[in-house]
Design a protein around this ligand. Structure first.
Ligand SMILES: [Zn+2]
Length: 149
């Protein structure tokens, strides 16, 4: 089990407004990765397989239709991200490297978010592991695939 994230185990939790099961608190950063205008607050992740709700905050919900990438075992029809907390796909990372002369700002951002405890890999990454090593591997693979000049 990953210990890269520090989700407050004492944060108040409420049941999902659709399926009524209570999910873990993941904060608002992973929600804003999909919907930048999402409300601030202690959002929770609904882990019920057949429930359309991915994130909820009270009665406010973000569904599998609204997310832009796969989250945990939900929205499987959407792109599978490398970083599940912040919805960064391999394409995003390649574009980021291209735009920044081969320096990944995504990796730096994720590192900072992890250091501040804003990630929830334990709940949002199907592997339950921190994605930083996957990001590192993805960057190496992109670099290796780049034509030599
Ligand atoms: Zn639910």
């Amino acid at each position: 089990m990953s210990n890269c994230c520090s989700i407050d185990p004492n944060a108040e939790r409420t049941p999902c407004p659709v399926c009524d099961s209570t999910g873990p608190v993941i904060g608002d950063k992973p929600v804003k990765a999909h919907l930048p205008d999402a409300a601030d607050g202690q959002w929770q992740h609904c882990a019920t397989a057949d429930c359309p709700v991915v994130y909820y905050l009270g009665d406010d919900t973000v569904t599998t239709e609204e997310v832009k990438a796969q989250v945990a075992h939900k929205a499987l029809d959407k792109p599978r991200p490398v970083c599940f907390c912040f919805a960064h796909t391999a394409d995003d990372i390649a574009a980021d490297l291209q735009a920044n002369n081969g320096v990944s700002t995504i990796k730096a951002d994720v590192k900072a978010a992890v250091a501040d405890g804003f990630c929830a890999c334990e709940y949002l990454n199907p592997s339950t592991k921190c994605c930083l090593s996957d990001i590192h591997r993805t960057i190496k693979a992109i670099e290796a695939a780049r034509p030599t000049r």
